[in-house]
Design a protein around this ligand. Sequence first.
Ligand code: BJW
Length: 231
Amino acid sequence: MNIVILTGAGISAESGVPTFRASDGLWCGHRVEEVATPEGYAANPALVQDFYNQRRRQLAEVKPNAAHEALARLASAWDGNILLVTQNVDDLHDRTHAALPPKAGFRLIHIHGELLKARCTVTERVIGWTGDIDPNAPSPFDDSGFLRPHIVWFGEMPLEMEAIYDALSDCDLFISIGTSGNVYPAASFVQEARAAGAHTVELNLEPSLGHSLFDEKILGPATEVVPTFVG
Ligand code: BJW
């Protein structure tokens, strides 16, 4: 049996990583267009780098929670394929999976990029990056460019789409965890999974925009509902 799991900001909320669309959420104090679009970056790279530098620093203060751990246990016990697609740019899934032996048939994709990576604006080369990015420093790969956060902003192409659609087309179970369903193409994955005949399950604190597309809905905090569902 092949499983595709989609996670959003809600799975990391109880680790202390703010979600986006809550009233006290991540966009609070910023217009989305200012910090999460290529146009915002072009207009004010220092503001955008500061926003992501702060969030990169916050990663040192947070830890994976019981929901991340339950998914890692599932992945290490499961005999079929599991594709874990996260919209989150934190590294909390990476940390829990790295703590367990590698498992054939398991793959983690960060569809919206990763805070702990930077990308050259000219060559598009990606490198691991744990400190602040200096908005004025030339790129180490091409000194006519800069390093930018390896993040998928609005209007940019999400990562690894071919692998994701391949897995969705051959998926028996689709589980969506802690995402509001506001952002495409991730919000439409449930429809792809349904078209493949998959059973669809939503685990969320509040129903997502696309909640009617799920066969099963379990409401509650991720640290409770995910370990219970995964068993
Ligand atoms: C809990 C909880 C707890 C809380 N326990 N749960 C129509 C079709 C296709 C595209 C578009 C379209 N209309 C417009 C578009 C374009 C656009 C888009 O979707 N716009 C919308 C606003 C409508 N999309 C794009 O531009 C994307 N690119 C693209 O479409 O390229 C073309 C293409 C088309 C088709 C196929 C392939 C390509 C790119 C989108 C990039 C999104 N980037 C961001 C910022 C990234 C970096 C950063 O972190 O700064 O990604 S936006 C932001 O939203 C972030 C998130 O990953 C994403 C999703 O948010 P998420 O995770 O759902 O968080 P919230 O806050 O919305 O919800 C939190 C949830 O948690 C809630 O449900 C709570 O209930 C729950 N929760 N506590 C369990 N304790």
